[in-house]
Design a protein around this ligand. Structure first.
Ligand code: IPE
Ligand code: IPE
Ligand code: MG
Length: 233
């Protein structure tokens, strides 16, 4: 079965650049090519939601030069791809705190959400200035205010209600999490949504990850036995 929701931690751009004696910025640029192919294939194959980790709340810790290169790429990507994404009926949602992005980037990503808001094809989540802990804390703060204002009672807080306050409100949980480059950690990505996600950790560095390998990872997912705490025997 095809996963409804695929989340990808696109990792390995830096190591790919190093391996090829290229700048880190070029590694990220190469990574965008992979991202384009994976989005296209996901949308064509009928995946409902694709979430891509593009920039974490922790990535500000990188050098100013690298952060600038990433911000520049974000601008270029959204500007050059928006028409094709829109034609393909893709609906964009940014996961993360966009108020923390520079103004030009903020305006551009906001425009991409507005332009595609009524599309009914694949939901594309791009995580920018995203942290899973932040996302949960944001939800807790909003819900706490509702309680204080006596708009809801504590007993109204259940999973469904909580999920409506996550950045992914209205979307199904992550079925498959893929992280390239061989690292086997979640790095603060979609902590809540991955509660029952199947995980695949290809060794391939993100710039070298292909649609062929993606297809085989989707097939591997289809063979996984998901139990959700129950028993299938
Ligand atoms: C992932 O590639 C992309 C971002 C974090 C933006 P990295 O830049 O983390 O690549 P490695 O881990 O250094 O190889
Ligand atoms: C996670 O990768 C963030 C993105 C892919 C955007 P990192 O490369 O930043 O994660 P760590 O630091 O190795 O855990
Ligand atoms: Mg990395």
């Amino acid at each position: 079965m095809l996963p409804r929701h695929v989340a990808i931690i696109m990792d390995g751009n830096g190591r790919w650049a190093k391996k090829n004696a290229l700048s880190v910025a070029f590694g990220h640029r190469k990574g965008v090519e992979t991202l384009r192919e994976i989005i296209r294939y996901s949308s064509d194959s009928g995946i409902e939601v694709l979430s891509l980790f593009a920039f974490s709340t922790e990535n500000w810790n990188r050098s100013q030069q690298e952060v600038n290169a990433l911000m520049q790429l974000i601008l270029e990507y959204f500007t050059s791809e928006i028409d094709e994404l829109n034609e393909n009926n893709v609906r964009i949602r940014i996961l993360g705190d966009i108020s923390g992005l520079p103004k030009r980037q903020r305006d551009t990503v906001q425009a991409s959400m507005d332009t595609t808001a009524d599309n009914i094809g694949m939901q594309l989540n791009i995580a920018l200035n995203y942290g899973g802990k932040d996302e949960i804390l944001d939800a807790v703060k909003v819900i706490s205010k509702l309680v204080l204002e006596e708009k809801i009672s504590v007993d109204d807080i259940d999973e469904a209600m909580f999920e409506e306050h996550l950045y992914t409100a209205g979307q199904p949980p992550v079925d498959l999490l893929i992280r390239t480059s061989g690292e086997m950690r979640i790095s603060n990505f979609m902590l809540y949504q991955c509660a029952y996600a199947e995980m695949i950790f290809p060794k391939t560095l993100w710039p070298e990850y292909t649609v062929e390998e993606y297809k085989s990872d989707l097939q591997a997912f289809a063979k996984r036995e998901r139990r959700f705490g129950g028993r299938n025997l």
